[in-house]
Design a protein around this ligand. Structure first.
Ligand code: HEM
Length: 190
């Protein structure tokens, strides 16, 4: 299956490039002193964002794209009770297919970066799929195929400029809400 580069994908990349760079620079994965305890706190914060979003996205995507089960599994492996954790309430608005696609672009795209982080966390912290790293490799060998199938859905989206603008705005809002939530949970480096 080849990669489908649609105008909407290009608009999403353009519209969120600065968001990605800004958030990546503030995430602690590669910081000196980042240890298993800090990793566990970070994943707990991720859980607080992804759990309510999985619920909001339920009518737009199948459960195989849910992120919460892998995060709960990781937190269990790290001896944290996922049920007891706080959840984010300042979430991006999802009220139609166009806005859902923008949110999904961010969450699905992050599975690509997850491949880099999976290798880094294995090397630096000795964390693998069974010991807290399931979320970073959530789709495993299916990562590329799931991304390409999402890109096909983007390519088939409503081509009207207003709909495409709603998708990009929802993607930017997803990055912004996530960064603000992680900041409030005090897991960012700066
Ligand atoms: C330190 C943390 C991160 C690193 C090192 C990282 C790294 C990467 C890399 C290398 C890619 C390109 C993968 C490829 O082309 O095969 C990518 C793509 C992407 N990442 Fe990240 N990422 C990080 C965090 C995040 C987070 C937290 C999010 C959102 C919640 C995110 C959203 C995306 C998106 C949407 C794409 C897809 C871009 C596209 O191809 O259109 N990333 N990331």
């Amino acid at each position: 299956m080849s990669v489908t580069v649609s105008p909407l994908l290009l608009a999403l990349r353009e519209g969120t490039r600065a968001c990605h760079q800004g958030l990546e620079a503030r995430l602690p994965f590669f910081s000196a002193g980042f240890d298993r305890a800090a990793y566990a706190r970070l994943l707990a914060a991720y859980h607080g964002f992804h759990a309510p979003l999985d619920t909001l996205l339920a009518e737009y995507q199948t459960a195989e794209r849910n992120k919460t089960p892998a995060l709960s599994r990781d937190l269990g492996a790290l001896a944290i009770d996922a049920q007891a954790l706080p959840v984010c309430h300042a979430l991006p608005r999802i009220d139609d297919e166009a806005s859902a696609l923008g949110v999904m672009y961010v969450l699905e795209g992050s599975t690509l970066g997850g491949q880099v982080l999976k290798r880094a966390m294995a090397e630096r912290l000795g964390i693998d799929t069974d010991s807290g790293g399931a979320f970073l490799d959530i789709y495993g060998a299916q990562t590329g195929a799931r991304w390409r199938s999402f890109l096909q859905r983007l390519a088939a989206a409503d081509p009207q400029p207003a709909a495409q603008a709603r998708t990009v705005a929802a993607a930017v809002a997803t990055f912004t809400c996530f960064e603000q939530w992680l900041e409030a949970r005090r897991v960012l480096v700066c």
